[in-house]
Design a protein around this ligand. Structure first.
Ligand code: B4P
Length: 191
């Protein structure tokens, strides 16, 4: 069983690397961003509430994303492991995830953090915004707000896993395949 948290600021490449990791390790991909965007596309009440916050670059309430992860874990009890992409984003979410995983006796194996400086993040988000149609990639002020929310609300999650001896930081700038190889190396070292 491999339970990986892929961590990093918006635009660090979590989604990009997750696609490669799920193929290599046969993991179930749980991206809270993707789950929220599918609620928006389906026009659910949860989606409508989430959209108002996401479009401004703010986080969705903890109980909403924790509930979505709880449902997905229940639905995938036969999985060989999970990649948590964009979750946990607050210490409260990290504590809730540990509690949920304890029910399945399958704790987090490792958190790998992609380190990218703020200016490169803004550049990537605005570039993605040219084609993604995502309202939260649309303008520089929103992109900057997302990075600042990350620095304030999400960064402490790294310490949370650091205290458990489960934290590895890697450079998120460079060729996508090279970054992928480094993540794989960290995973192998943790098993
Ligand atoms: P997410 O969907 O998680 O979005 P993200 O942080 O922008 O994406 P990611 O880091 O995966 O970037 P990507 O690989 O695409 O969150 C969106 C919103 O949902 C949040 O702001 C929040 O409102 C809400 N939300 C989600 N989870 C939540 C939670 N747990 N709690 C509360 N709210 C939550 O890469 C970005 C771009 O960079 C791409 O265009 C890619 O091509 C490019 N790129 C990737 N790697 C590169 C490299 N090595 N070099 C150059 N470019 C690269």
């Amino acid at each position: 069983m491999l339970n990986l948290v892929l961590f990093g600021p918006p635009g660090a490449g979590k989604g990009t690397q997750s696609e490669k990791l799920i193929r290599k390790y046969n993991l179930v991909h749980l991206s809270t961003g993707d789950l929220l965007r599918s609620q928006i596309a389906a026009g659910t009440e949860l989606g409508l509430r989430a959209k108002q916050l996401m479009d401004q670059g703010l986080l969705v309430p903890d109980e909403v994303v924790i509930g979505m992860i709880d449902n997905k874990l229940r639905e995938n009890q036969a999985a060989q492991g999970f990649i948590f992409d964009g979750f946990p984003r607050t210490v409260l979410q990290a504590e809730a995830l540990d509690q949920l995983l304890s029910l399945y006796k399958a704790p987090i194996t490792i958190m790998v953090a992609l380190v990218v400086n703020d200016e490169e993040l803004i550049r990537r988000l605005l570039k993605r915004g040219e084609t993604s149609g995502r309202p939260d990639d649309r303008d520089e002020a929103t992109a900057r707000r997302r990075v600042s929310v990350y620095n304030k609300e999400t960064m402490p999650v790294a310490d949370y896993y650091g205290q458990q001896g489960k934290f590895a930081a890697i450079d998120g700038i460079g060729e996508i395949d090279d970054i992928f190889q480094t993540i794989c190396q960290k995973i192998e070292e943790s098993r």
